[in-house]
Design a protein around this ligand. Structure first.
Ligand code: SPV
Ligand code: MG
Length: 296
């Protein structure tokens, strides 16, 4: 079950650096690199299936990817659940399943079905009241006290403006959202700064996350100084691995040999270490199995 590690980190760390992962291995790599939490991101998971981030995967496919990550690392996991995969009834069941799987938080966005990735356009904002009800139902559905619901604001992405983002933020917080994610596709962090200033003036105090994909030159520390509590690097892992694999495969195809790229790949030994190959029990009967003692 959810043990409060995300809430705890939000309370004790100046800011959280959250790495986007799409499977168990990338979750482990994120943990080893020192990140504070995992973003089980829709774009990354969809890309790993080689499908578009456009509401094509089912909730079960998203959840199973998050479960792989849960098994692979001890970091808090924030699951991107698009717009909740359906109406409030789906949202209620979704929260129960994610919480039971030990996922620390869901992040649900105020878009209408069918959603498209925020950088592609073509999204319709959800009616604020309809979305606030989803948040309220999500919060009522959780069994424990530690599970978190993050409300993601798409107003700036959709061109609806800062006033719309602020009024929605207040409404969603009123409905029970534990935190907000303000999304922006501007080339610099000005919109993030503007939102944080106005959010702080409301005195509501809920933490705010952001996703610095298009404004990548700003540091986490600078975003924290603006009032951001969690910085999500949503797609860097899938982009890095796609490029590395593409280049490596091209080299092997070109040279008819992997000799050229041997030194740029993880060694077999390193891979074995990462996935626990060295802990695999042998085939000899009882080898590595603790001896049973006493009466049975
Ligand atoms: C994702 O990683 O799937 C996200 C973040 O939702 S973004 O791609 O920026 O919309
Ligand atoms: Mg997404």
């Amino acid at each position: 079950m959810v043990n409060g590690r995300l809430r705890n980190k939000l309370e004790t760390l100046a800011y959280l650096r959250v790495m986007g992962a799409h499977d168990g291995l990338t979750a482990t790599l994120s943990e080893n690199a020192g990140f504070d939490a995992i973003w089980a991101g829709g774009l990354g998971i969809s890309s790993s299936f080689r499908v578009a981030d456009a509401g094509l995967l089912t909730m079960t496919e998203f959840l199973n990817a998050a479960i792989q990550m849960r098994a692979a690392c001890d970091l808090p996991i924030i699951a991107d659940v698009d717009a909740g995969f359906g109406d409030v009834n789906v949202v209620r069941r979704m929260v129960q399943l994610y919480e039971a799987a030990g996922i620390d938080a869901i992040c649900i966005e105020d878009k209408q079905y069918p959603k498209r990735n925020s950088f592609r356009g073509g999204n319709e904002l959800e009616d604020p009241g309809v979305f606030a009800r989803k948040i309220a139902v999500a919060k009522a559905a959780q069994g424990g006290t530690e599970f978190m619901v993050i409300a993601r604001l798409e107003s700036l992405i959709a061109g609806a403006g800062m006033d719309d983002a602020l009024s929605r933020a207040e409404l969603y917080h009123e409905a029970g959202a534990d935190a907000l994610l303000i999304h922006s596709r501007a080339a610099h962090a000005g919109e993030i700064r503007g939102f944080c200033e106005r959010w702080q003036q409301t005195g509501r105090g809920a933490p705010v996350f952001c996703v610095p994909t298009t404004y990548a030159d700003v540091t986490a520390r600078e975003l924290s100084a603006m009032g951001i509590s969690g910085i999500i690097y949503a797609n860097q892992a899938i982009r890095a691995s796609t490029k590395a694999v593409t280049e490596t495969l091209a080299s092997i195809a070109k040279h008819d040999s992997s000799a050229e790229v041997e030194s740029s790949m993880t060694t077999l030994g390193e891979l074995f270490e990462l996935v626990g190959m060295n802990d695999v029990l042998g085939d000899t009967p009882w080898e590595g199995v603790p001896q049973l003692t006493g009466e049975r």
